[in-house]
Design a protein around this ligand. Structure first.
Ligand code: GLY
Length: 340
């Protein structure tokens, strides 16, 4: 597969939303980020590229789009990642608690698990919640019990306090109490697909904030927070400090901006700007969004220096740099506290 070259074309968004200069710049570049190729897979971070390619291979091999999403995200979950899968940084009790969700455009279906322990593939548990229950979200012990009932792979839950303590020593300050190196610990995979039938779906998985308080749930399993899919409009996913995404229904907001006419990158920029307008931290948020619309346009934006995201079709697969909204490197902390 050849690498994607990010070429810049000039075109104006048809949006009726008032755009800041940054959002206008994002809209200007959108024509280069559009393809008629289907399936089109877009995901967060450079490690998303392998997940995208896995999703595409599963679909090309006769699997459904949901199979592709599940197995693509599943690949990252078992790749040894520091913040996706059981290899993630444990919480303050030394246990890895994971969050995941999956959403499918047709029928507006969704499934989610949060604070699940010992699940090898939380994304699979989320899919089973969607397909096998009348519920949308299962939490903690109940989520693990359900995964076991479904025959999904689980491992004994063990507290790896030494791993937590090593992480703590490295970061000096516990993230749950202050300003640890959270930028290293928020590498959620959010993977979005536009398939050959024109349907949209997505999946999201993370072990969350390293050193988090036990029971802390981030944005990733929250529909409209870490992931949102609207089959009429588009899909969006988030990575970064969940506390700064979930208070604003971030992914839902991105999709709603696309509904109003913004292209995906401009919608991500507009969402971050709107959050920054309300939040006492301003742009110092450490939040990032990736988005894909029904027309095959894609884009991403992040606070601070932004982030990298992956885009894959049958003929090209590559990593692109998102739009960025300031030169701040990292948000200090998430949640309701903003001075320490
Ligand atoms: N965005 C992942 C988390 O905050 O847990």
């Amino acid at each position: 597969m050849k690498a994607i070259n990010r070429r810049r074309f000039l075109s104006r968004s048809t949006a009726s939303v008032a755009l800041s200069p940054v959002a206008l710049k994002a809209a200007d570049n959108q024509a280069a980020r559009r393809t008629t190729a289907r399936p089109l897979v877009v995901s967060t971070w450079p490690f998303g590229k392998a997940a995208n390619e896995k999703a595409l291979a599963v679909i090309a091999g006769g699997g459904s789009t949901l199979d592709g999403i599940e197995q693509g995200v599943g690949l990252t979950e078992s790749s040894g990642n520091r913040s996706v899968g059981l290899t993630g940084i444990p919480n303050a009790a030394g246990v890895v608690q994971q969050d995941a969700c999956l959403m499918w455009g047709p029928g507006h279906q969704a499934g989610s698990v949060c604070a699940i322990e010992g699940a090898v593939h939380p994304i699979s548990a989320a899919r089973r919640v969607m397909e096998q229950t009348k519920h949308v979200m299962l939490a903690g012990k109940g989520a693990r019990w359900f995964a076991e009932q479904q025959g999904l792979e689980t491992v004994p839950v063990e507290a790896h306090l030494a791993k937590y303590e090593a992480w703590l020593k490295d970061t000096q300050v516990p993230a749950a109490q202050g300003d640890g190196k959270e930028e290293e610990n928020h590498d959620t995979i959010a993977l979005l697909v536009l398939d050959k039938e024109g349907n949209l779906g997505g999946g999201c998985s993370t072990s969350g904030w390293g050193g988090k308080l036990p029971g802390r749930v981030g944005d990733s399993p929250i529909l409209g927070g870490g992931l949102y899919v609207d089959n009429e409009v588009g899909a969006a996913g988030a990575t970064g400090l969940g506390e700064n995404v979930m208070r604003y229904c971030g992914s839902f907001m991105v999709v709603e901006y696309m509904r109003q006419g913004l292209d995906p990158e401009a919608a991500c920029v507009a969402t971050i700007e709107r959050i920054a307008k309300t939040d006492p931290r301003g742009l110092d948020l450490k939040i990032n969004f990736v988005a894909l619309d029904k027309q095959g346009r894609y884009g991403a934006a992040g606070s601070g220096n932004g982030f990298s995201y992956s885009v894959t079709t049958q003929s090209v697969s590559g990593v692109l740099k998102s739009a960025s909204l300031s030169d701040l490197n990292v948000g200090p902390i998430g949640g309701n506290r903003f001075e320490d």
